[in-house]
Design a protein around this ligand. Structure first.
Ligand code: SF4
Ligand SMILES: [Zn+2]
Ligand SMILES: [Zn+2]
Length: 304
């Protein structure tokens, strides 16, 4: 298998076979195109990259840091330590080393300091008493922690490492669960609200597949612990992910088709659901929310 340039190929995708140089170049160009086409980062922004030390977050941090350095845009990384023993401490160590090497400022917020307990400490109670899976609790607390800290540190954009696989899963999960209004919040620029309490979240890896981020890390020599969170098997997402992976191996290109189909209906979804939600202010923490108390404060109280 050879690249068009005649060198040995390291990757074969829908666009054909690519050698190492052309593969790395294709990922970098794809990310830069996404940033420009969707206006993800602009002059005057202060960029916060949500990073965990996992492969997607290191790739997005590396590429966005290069982009911001060459465009003179300030950037820092922000990690959340949920408190998942045997897993998160390893990825955070990898992240710290990566940031030190790249001279990237890194901030870390933990569930323990924000909500009084680690995810490991509340996991069982959440599941047994409230039938809430760890990923549900983790997702609410993580989103809230990232937004609060990014805002406090003056960020105008919050970059996440969501890739094409994540997006195809999220879209299908919302379809399967009948949550079409949630799909209106997906896309390269997340959310439906212009509420200034939310730092806009953007996804430069939107058109990059998981297979590509994995290979990019490997070829760049990024040190990564490929272990998965021990809670992942409990999530609905992991079922959808495994099914989509199976489909992709039988019918190459289906993930791409799902995301393209989604993007073709996104403008309609946005016009149907945008502005429909009224925001109040959480009476405990002051964050915007749909009821009197935000989800993070409700969960914190239940699980304390
Ligand atoms: S798999 Fe679930 S519990 Fe683990 S880090 Fe991800 S969202 Fe949190
Ligand atoms: Zn080549
Ligand atoms: Zn609140």
């Amino acid at each position: 298998m050879e690249c068009a340039c005649g060198k040995k190929a390291v990757y074969k995708g829908q666009g054909g076979a690519l050698c190492q140089t052309h593969f790395l170049d294709s990922v970098e160009k794809k990310v830069e195109r996404t940033i420009h086409e969707y206006g993800l980062i602009k002059k005057g922004d202060t960029v916060c990259v949500a990073a965990s030390g996992g492969k997607d977050s290191l790739v997005v941090l590396f590429l966005v840091n290069n982009y911001c350095s060459s465009h003179d845009i300030p950037l820092f990384a922000l990690a959340v330590d949920e408190g998942i023993e045997g897993y998160r401490e390893h990825t955070l160590t990898d992240l710290k080393t990566f940031c030190e090497k790249g001279k990237i400022a890194l901030h870390v917020v933990s569930f323990k300091e924000s909500y009084g307990k680690t995810l490991d400490e509340i996991h069982e109670k959440a599941l047994k008493q409230f039938n809430k899976k760890p990923c549900t609790v983790c997702g609410v607390f993580r989103r809230t922690s990232l937004n609060r800290k990014a805002k406090e540190l003056g960020a105008t954009k919050l970059i996440t490492g969501h890739n094409l696989d994540d997006e195809s899963q999220s879209f299908l999960m919302n379809v399967l669960l009948g949550n079409m209004s949630h799909n209106a919040s997906l896309g390269p620029v997340t959310g439906l609200s212009d509420n200034e309490s939310f730092v806009p979240r953007v996804k430069p890896l939107y058109f990059v597949t998981e297979k590509e981020t994995r290979l990019y890390c490997f070829l760049k020599g990024f040190k990564i612990d490929f272990a998965e969170c021990p809670n992942v098997h409990l999530s609905f997402r992991s079922r959808v992910r495994d099914w989509l992976n199976q489909m992709e191996s039988e019918f190459p290109g289906v993930k791409n088709s799902v995301v393209n189909a989604f993007l073709s209906i996104l403008p309609d979804l946005k016009s149907k659901y945008k502005g429909k939600k009224e925001f109040k202010t959480c009476e405990r923490c002051g964050d915007p929310c749909s009821g009197d108390v935000c989800n993070a404060c409700k969960l914190e109280e239940q699980l304390s």
